[in-house]
Design a protein around this ligand. Structure first.
Ligand SMILES: Nc1nc2c(ncn2[C@@H]2O[C@H](COP(=O)(O)OP(=O)(O)OP(=O)(O)O)[C@@H](O)[C@H]2O)c(=O)[nH]1
Length: 308
């Protein structure tokens, strides 16, 4: 039996991991394997994906649409050799990935036969201005989608969902658009009960790889002084496209926290204890190339753990 693939794409911080987590939590006995790609050296997403019923495979330190394309195909082959095989495979791309390149790779004749690309889901933050869809990367993420999920409607003003739907229509995207509140999408939409053979897709002409973003990682075994960290994030915010991490604070020792910065909003929520051997503080900062210097970041972060 072929194992259908669900490809989840969408811009930095749009809510992909939240959707994948919701899906895995509602797997209803399906064996779902998740392949997760964060393009930084630390794969925070793999840690944040809870309960993948058939294991999480983490692809880090590169992007599966370009430098890790071979790794993706090898990972899929390994998953397909498992006994029992997964019922479904979910691939969560990094927010900077051009899914057209991944779709192209998944058209490999062997993969297409054994693990057909069933659905491409594009996750879209409804609080972002509709004009952001003019961005070439976001256009590419929308263009290949069968389903577009609007997230963060709870944070958006009343007309935002409608305006976003209008903007999607004006891009001539033929996808079905659904609301995803806190990652909730009916699984019947994502995993249609069909065993029809998937026709090859045409992802369009290949775009030149554009090195637009970089990730800077910061790790430490020390807990963080929360007020200083909040100040640092306030100063860094204008330069950041995305940040996420896991750490303990001096104020609440022994209570790991998950930090998220997406769409200009920062949140802190309780997290899980790190796996043995991992530094207690692991944060990834993503910025447009050249905007953030490692020295500047290190200095600001070191100040968050320094005594005094
Ligand atoms: N209020 C609200 N927050 C949401 C919703 N969906 C996602 N978020 C939050 O948005 C932030 C980013 O969500 P993620 O699911 O990590 O986004 P992502 O697309 O996987 O991020 P990258 O992999 O870094 O590109 C997190 O703090 C989520 O809790 C939603 O519907 N409502």
């Amino acid at each position: 039996m072929p194992v259908p693939i669900l490809l989840v794409t969408g811009y930095l911080g749009a809510g992909k991991t939240t959707v994948v987590n919701h899906l895995l939590a509602n797997a209803k006995g399906r064996r779902i394997a998740a392949v997760v790609n964060d393009f930084g050296a630390i794969n925070i997403d793999a840690e944040l994906i809870a309960g993948a019923s058939d294991g999480v495979v983490s692809l880090a330190n590169g992007c599966i649409c370009c430098s890790l394309e071979g790794d993706l195909l090898r990972t899929l082959s390994t998953l397909l050799r498992r006994d029992p095989k997964p019922d479904y495979i979910v691939i969560e791309t990094s927010g900077v990935a051009d899914p057209a390149d991944i779709v192209r790779n998944l058209m490999d004749p062997v993969i297409l036969r054994e693990a057909p690309l069933e659905t491409v889901l594009c996750v879209l933050d409804a609080t972002t201005p509709p004009a952001s869809l003019d961005d070439a990367l976001q256009r590419s993420q929308l263009r290949v989608a069968d389903i577009v999920a609007l997230t963060k409607l709870d944070l958006a003003d009343e007309g935002a969902g409608l305006r976003m739907r209008e903007a999607i229509r004006s891009q001539r995207v033929p996808a079905v658009v659904v609301d995803a509140r806190h990652g909730e999408i009916p699984s019947a939409l994502l995993f249609p009960a069909s065993d029809r053979a998937q026709a090859p897709r045409d992802p369009g002409p290949k775009r030149p790889v554009e090195e637009r973003f970089e990730t800077l990682s910061w790790t430490s075994d020390q807990p963080i002084a929360l007020p200083r960290f909040q100040q640092a994030i306030g100063r860094l915010a204008p330069k950041l496209a995305r940040a996420k991490g896991v750490f303990e604070t001096i104020e609440q020792p022994g209570r790991p926290m998950v930090f998220q910065f997406a769409g200009g909003r920062a949140t802190l929520a309780p997290g899980e204890a790190p796996a043995p051997g991992l530094p207690r503080t692991r944060i990834v900062f993503i910025a447009e190339l050249g905007v953030l210097s490692k020295a500047e970041l290190d200095a600001m972060m070191e100040a968050c753990i320094a005594a005094g």
